[in-house]
Ligand binder design. Sequence first.
Ligand code: ZN
Length: 143
Amino acid sequence: MIKYALRCIDGHDFEGWFSTSSDFDTQKQAGFVTCPHCSTSNVEKRLMAPSVATSEKKVPKTADMTAGHVPVEMVAALKQAVKAIRDNCEDVGERFPEEARKMHYGETDARGIMGKATAEDVGSLLEEGIEIMPLPHLPEDAN
Ligand SMILES: [Zn+2]
């Protein structure tokens, strides 16, 4: 497909797509090329290099978000947040539900802890009013 910049006798500018350069002449002679503004078929090609459409269309940057991808900046911010939590929390591993309870009931000093908990554990901890927050799993966390 070839795109031509066109102009009608009244000076309206518009664009038209044609399969070949001779296709424009054929269509124009047949009166098929008309101005979208005033419908005249008295149109001419403007002096402009035709641009050829290819399949390699550049995807606009904003498409990243609409396509459901997490923007790079957001991943970076998330990683930083997770790192801050890890740096400031004691990793209690499998003992997490137990430690969280001890802390909640004042059996141990309140501190930041992190660890593993099953969905069941999480459910009961939340029911007991213990504030916990799941850490997001980031792609490179996979060991
Ligand atoms: Zn016109």
